[in-house]
Design a binder for this molecule. Structure first.
Ligand code: ADP
Ligand code: MG
Length: 374
């Protein structure tokens, strides 16, 4: 049994984005202090942190400073430096570990880890050249999607190939490094489950979210998901199995596809709180951020019970102005802004959780607002 870390101790966070900020806010409420490492000054997390360390993720010296300042270290995203993470794990206390980073940084390792847990993934092949890509499209078939194995997010580093003619454009992706070609699944719904496993092996799942993407970026999460209970159960079980088979610690966001026939495929996993779990901030008795902090500090995991209905809407750069003018007038809307100063289209600036009795009523209400109209 790991003894619970005492309030007053310092949690070091690698990465100063919105996920680190929301983890940090939860941790501060519990009485912890926060140190953050990020290359950019005054990052969303630094704004709420006690100690700010500015340095590249590769910078050994900056990492040593974080180590010095922290009783426990966590990361808020997976594209940190693997070697630095290994060093921190050897010298300090990084409960999530570096192995989880190694796996989730590469879509090929990630797929294998998912398969090992017993879950299904769509058919895929690894490709290194245009010739191999041509061959793989024969076995996978059209449409398919080519993704870089490393570094992709929010749909970046991927392209849908619908026919032979699209292969030329695919070279742009191939030039970025080793790739993976996947069957393009015509799914009915995208779902996700946030699963947390503590240093003491306790596991909890948050209710299934139904996710709507717009040009590959999450726009909306709907909870409860409009999916029959047996499939929701199945989705929770798959996420739990994954967490246990990977022996991970902390929080894992598990993205899934559900087909018309009710089959579930795991799309990808993220070893940290996930955008599709932001609904938990107002929709559940514990947030995914608090649960993550509890998991890495050896506190008992708390209840993940949800309120009646919640719809989370992402506020991207193009939604910000209207959000700021309209949302303060809405009684059941909880605004979360991340403190980013550069407003750009498609940049995640914040999110709004709408709370109510039914998702249908909330979706109607959101449609009445003009913020998310295209
Ligand atoms: P990212 O790391 O950018 O989130 P994803 O693999 O999750 O990468 O892809 C982003 C989105 O693109 C998914 O949420 C889904 O809507 C769509 N997508 C990705 N892969 C497939 C696939 N094999 N079949 C159908 N849709 C896909
Ligand atoms: Mg994704």
């Amino acid at each position: 049994m790991v003894e619970p870390l005492q309030p007053g101790s310092t949690i070091g966070i690698i990465g100063g984005g919105q996920l680190g900020r929301m983890m940090g806010i939860a941790a501060k409420q519990m009485g912890f202090r926060i140190a953050v490492l990020d290359p950019t000054p005054n990052s969303p997390t630094a704004q709420i942190a006690d100690i700010e360390i500015i340095g590249k993720y590769k910078d050994q010296e900056a990492a040593e400073q974080l180590l010095e300042a922290s009783d426990v270290i966590t990361y808020e995203f997976e594209n940190i430096d693997y070697e630095v993470c290994q060093m921190l794990e050897n010298k300090g206390h990084v409960p999530q570990g570096s192995e989880l980073i190694r796996i989730t940084q590469d879509r090929a390792f990630e797929k294998r880890a998912i398969e090992r847990s017993g879950a299904q993934v769509v058919s895929y092949e690894l490709v290194y050249s245009l010739n191999e890509l041509k061959q793989s499209t024969q076995s996978i078939g059209f449409p398919c999607v080519l993704k870089t194995r490393r570094g992709g997010y929010d749909g970046k580093g991927q392209i849908i190939i619908r026919e032979e003619a699209d292969l030329l454009e695919a070279t742009e992706i191939l030039d970025q490094g080793p790739c993976i070609l996947e069957q393009f699944l015509s799914f009915d719904k995208e779902l996700s489950v946030i699963v947390t496993r503590s240093v003491n092996g306790e596991v909890t799942t948050f209710p299934v979210a139904e996710n709507i993407h717009q040009v590959h970026i999450l726009l909306q999460s709907i909870v409860p998901a409009r999916v029959v209970p047996v499939l929701q159960e199945k989705a929770l079980e798959l996420a739990q199995q994954l967490a246990e088979s990977m022996k991970m610690v902390g929080t894992l966001g598990v993205e899934m596809f559900m087909t018309e026939a009710g089959e579930l495929y795991i799309n990808e996993v993220a070893p940290r709180p996930h955008n599709s779990g932001h609904y938990t901030l107002d929709g559940c008795s514990t947030s995914q951020f608090e649960q993550h902090i509890r998991a890495i500090t050896g506190w008992k995991l708390a209840s993940t019970d949800n309120r009646e209905a919640v719809v989370m809407m992402n506020v991207l750069g193009e939604h910000l102005e209207e959000t700021i003018s309209q949302i303060p007038e809405v009684q059941n809307a909880k605004l979360h802004l991340y403190g980013k100063d550069g407003v750009k289209p498609k940049r995640k600036m914040g999110h709004v959780n709408f709370l109510g009795k039914s998702t249908k009523e909330l979706l109607n209400q959101i449609n009445e607002l003009t913020i998310w109209r295209q």
